[in-house]
Design a protein around this ligand. Structure first.
Ligand code: COA
Length: 569
């Protein structure tokens, strides 16, 4: 079928549907929902059999849904309507939620239902649920809806709210008033639920150090300081700092808050609290212990290094801490070291927000790429054990190439990789990709991976050689399977031979061309990106961190427009 994905942006769910639909042989094009006239034009150019709208904030124009069958993905259970479906589900502590695929009609989310799925709602941020449960449910429901549509026999069901078995109802846009934290009354659980319901966007409007700001990235403080230990503490009081987060008292304990967006500055964007409020945070006492994004665990011969950095971004400071943790892990007597990233992302490369906030973004970019390269170098020069990158969540740009420095890359089946840098203002990229890719990619030509700017599924990544094993398990089962495989690897009778081979290969490669030279060559290009006359990277980064809405769909996604251009040429 010819399927047009109409979407507000090419977000993670849209990327997943894009790869799944293409893998099933459909011809897929993408148009951003920018203006009704643009949508109409896209439909006229592509003449799709079907339009699928995975991520919309506005209604599809009537002239389009009257002419083409349009499926809208609603992140809510059957009968649920409104623009803040998932926010309400998290805020109200629902235990089961769902996704519904409806046919677009005049009233938003009210058309007949083609397919739906439900899932258990974890205690997690809205965006984590979106990236895992919602994405899995939406993918299954959209694929089923398309099959039903293709059969020509299925009649979609019209749902009446309030009918027996229909739990969903219409709920309004969730406003900041609905999200507000009452520090004098809310418990830690209340605060966590409220912040999670608005994380990644829009956050919860609150105040820190007397400045209005949106809060994100909240974690329970464990163990909760008891009233006695806390002394005379007021709920809402900021108690301490740990790395870049702050500890704030609630009525029954405290919570860590990692990220904020200041509301007093025009064009502000999300930042670690210690960067948004440097002097105020520096003046706080340092907590002896706190929520740590980096965690090491060990089971016999297998070590696992978790680095659950917010949004998968790796700042200079985070890379330095990761390198120290990696070196500490190397000092342990293990045979296999698993790099686990975080549950939502393995990594997305250098920290664009922290760079944007720096006095000199070019200098900070330079420091950051060197810091991530130091981590990559430490992995590449590890010759006494096997390293494994375990991708529980998506990996993009430098995060995908960080994974590629490991001996093995194992990915969860639903993971999406964006193994390219070009979308960020034509960055050349580093992370030793010029060394790792030719050795990994089948046929040895890195252009097979780098030249296109599209997301790929774990299976596609495996077929090009970027991933070694795809694990067909869900979010929860994936990690158990990783550990089982890592243990098997550590016990394997050929382990010693494998290590000998690895050591010999590294020595041979180093003699042929030292790792330092690969780095030097990549960084010479990156220097040009950071300091050269072409400002594309700085412009793209500024747009990215501020979510500047795009004014057109990139040509590599909108293939209907490319066709038109070729026809005209
Ligand atoms: N630095 C800082 N923040 C980043 C980031 C980075 N490198 N990569 C992603 N993020 C943030 C996004 O701003 C977004 O923030 P939000 O929660 O406030 O909305 C969040 O992570 C999720 O990213 P999003 O773009 O919504 O996820 P996606 O799954 O739709 O797309 C990517 C994934 C990797 C394609 C996309 O995030 C991307 O292009 N990231 C930049 C990668 C890059 O160029 N890195 C620098 C070169 S190494």
């Amino acid at each position: 079928m010819r399927i047009l994905l109409l979407t507000r942006s090419f977000n993670s769910l849209t990327q997943r549907l894009f790869v799944e639909l293409r893998a099933r042989g459909h011809e897929v094009s993408v148009e951003y929902d920018i203006a009704d006239s643009v949508t109409e034009e896209a439909a006229a150019l592509f003449e799709p059999d079907l339009i699928v709208a995975p991520f919309m904030k506005r209604a599809i124009p009537a002239r389009v849904w009257r002419r083409y069958t349009c499926f809208v993905v609603h992140p809510g259970i059957v009968g649920d309507r409104g623009p803040s479906a998932l926010d309400w589900a998290v805020a109200e502590g629902e235990t089961e939620w769902g996704v519904t695929v409806l046919q677009a009609e005049a009233e938003m989310d009210a058309g007949p239902v083609w397919a739906s799925r439900t899932f258990a709602l974890r205690e997690a941020t809205k965006s984590s649920l979106y990236r895992h449960e919602v994405t899995e449910a939406a993918t299954a429901a959209v694929l089923e809806a398309i099959e039903r549509y293709a059969s020509g026999r299925h009649v979609p069901q019209r749902i009446e709210q309030g009918a027996p078995g229909v739990r969903g109802r219409t709920r309004p846009l969730m406003k900041q008033d609905d999200r507000r934290i009452d520090w004098s009354r809310d418990t830690s659980a209340d605060v966590l639920r409220k912040i999670r319901a608005g994380d990644g966007t829009p956050g919860v409007l609150d105040e820190l150090f007397g400045v209005a700001c949106h809060l994100y990235d909240a974690h329970e403080a464990t163990p909760l300081p008891t009233r006695g230990e806390r002394g005379p503490v007021e709920p809402g009081q900021i108690l301490a700092r740990y790395h870049q987060a702050i500890l704030r008292a609630t009525t029954d304990g405290a919570v860590w808050i990692g990220h904020v967006k200041r509301a007093d500055v025009e064009g502000a964007f999300k930042l670690p609290v210690a960067i948004a409020f440097p002097e105020q945070v520096a003046a706080l006492p340092v907590a002896g212990d706190g929520h740590d994004e980096i965690r090491y665990e060990e089971d016999g011969a297998v070590g696992v290094l978790h680095f659950a950095f917010y949004n998968g971004a790796l700042s200079t400071a985070q890379c330095e801490r990761l390198l120290a943790a990696y070196r500490a892990a190397l000092a342990r007597p293990t045979r296999v070291l698993v790099l686990a990233g975080g549950p939502d992302f393995f990594g997305n490369g250098i920290h664009l927000n922290v760079i944007e906030a720096a006095a000199s973004p070019a200098d900070e970019s330079w420091r950051n790429i060197n810091a991530i390269d130091d981590v990559c170098e430490a992995i590449l020069t590890t010759t006494d054990r096997v390293t494994v990158a375990a991708l529980q969540g998506n990996a993009g740009a430098g995060g995908a190439f960080l994974a590629a420095t490991c001996d093995e890359v194992w990915a969860r089946i639903g993971v999406i990789l964006n193994p390219h840098y070009k979308n960020m203002g034509n960055l050349y990229g580093s992370e030793y990709w010029t060394y790792t890719l030719p050795r990994r990619v089948k046929g040895g030509d890195p252009r097979a991976v780098m030249s296109h700017r599209l997301p790929i599924s774990a299976r596609e990544a495996q077929s090009v050689g970027l991933v070694d094993a795809v694990i067909e398990d869900d979010h929860a089962g994936f990690f158990d399977e990783v550990l089982r495989r890592a243990q098997r690897l550590a016990r394997s009778t050929s382990f010693a031979a494998r290590i000998d081979g690895k050591r010999a290969r590294r020595a041979r490669d180093e003699a042929e061309k030292p790792l330092a030279r690969y780095r030097e060559e990549e960084l010479a290009q990156m220097r040009r990106n950071f300091y050269g006359f072409d400002p594309s990277y700085h412009v793209a980064r500024s747009y990215f961190v501020r979510y500047t809405p795009p004014s057109w769909t990139p040509r590599h996604l909108a293939i209907h427009r490319e066709r038109q251009r070729l026809a005209a040429a």
